[in-house]
Design a protein. Structure first.
Length: 149
């Protein structure tokens, strides 16, 4: 069962350094070969300081969140159901972002197999000057187990 007292818990900032190789591998894994993710000259000609990270790249960031402790359930029980992103500016290679994660919601919803437990986490990435770069909202579902019904 999700810990309902988790709402409002926030992790300390975790530094994530955005590297060119990580951006390229992420874009390859997506099957997206837009040159803005691979070619630094192309990215600079497009007005960026370096290659640009794909929009879903923050999914790869460490948030400092031990979800077992934060939510009170084993990590293997959590499924990513949905993610949404809001950007103040694109993430580029060379960025050093401090990422925090906050538990925004913990709830139960009915489903065809009984009740479903859901947690919503809100992550923020800020640059070293403290300026907001992005927000990500993730919805996680607790997978039921045979031991729990």
């Amino acid at each position: 069962m999700l810990d309902k007292n988790a709402i409002g818990r926030t992790t300390p900032p975790t530094l994530n350094e955005v590297e060119k190789g990580a951006i390229r591998r992420f874009a390859e894994a997506l099957g997206d070969y837009n040159p803005i993710y691979y070619d630094e000259d192309y990215a600079r000609a497009s007005g960026f300081s370096s290659i640009v990270a794909p929009p879903t790249f923050p999914c790869a960031f460490a948030t400092g969140a031990d979800l077992r402790e934060l939510l009170g359930v084993p990590l293997r029980s959590l499924l990513n159901a949905e993610a949404s992103f809001d950007y103040e500016r694109p993430i580029v290679a060379g960025d050093r972002l401090l990422v925090t994660s906050r538990v925004a919601e913990v709830q139960e919803r009915p489903s065809s197999t009984g009740k479903m437990e859901i947690a919503v986490l809100e992550d923020e990435g800020r640059d070293e000057e403290g300026k907001l770069v992005y927000r990500m909202r993730r919805t996680l579902v607790v997978r039921g187990s045979k031991e729990h019904g």
